[in-house]
Design a protein around this ligand. Sequence first.
Ligand code: PCA
Length: 208
Amino acid sequence: MAPQPLVLLTGFDPFGGSEVNPSWLAVQALHGRKIAGHRVVCAQLPTRFAMAPGELARLVRLHRPVLVICVGQAGGRSALSLERIAINLSDASLPDNAGVQARDELIVPEGPTAYFSTLPVKNMLTALQREGLAAEISLSAGSFVCNHVFYGLMHMLATQRGFKRTQGGFIHVPYLPQQGLPNMLLDDMIRGLRIAIRCALNSPGTVK
Ligand code: PCA
């Protein structure tokens, strides 16, 4: 029997003085679940520039998922943000969890300026809004660790052998109610991620 196809979902550990990171809480709730005939595997990435992309690459090589969605917290946003573009720039306004504050750095010096997400972000937006969830398409994942990981993922899928058909992208989630305003309930984040994953798995593969 062929092994069940996998979806890899990642969240981050808390950073910047927060006690929780909603991305990890939401992602964790889906670990081991089945969505549209695919098994969901979840993992936590460290909010560290130096370590996070390598850890993600290791997980992608290990699990060979058909779909990879990295999830992160974006304080200040009020909707699930379907990130459309990863840029080749790290320029942090706060230190990461190793105390490193990247400034004006190219992520991959020989890499292109940007990559597009290969998730069907428009279909996902429609699917999320149809279910009454606050969702938006975002044109910037920032220039901190989330964009760094997003760019690293898209560069890997675009340039390494064997990943031509692997869909990949990034979703930012708002704060939880206990973190301040604006915010979203954890249950809505979890429901939103399920809908987004189902939509990506049911959409025809995006061309790279
Ligand atoms: N959000 C940060 C990094 C980790 C996270 O959850 C970001 O948006 O870059």
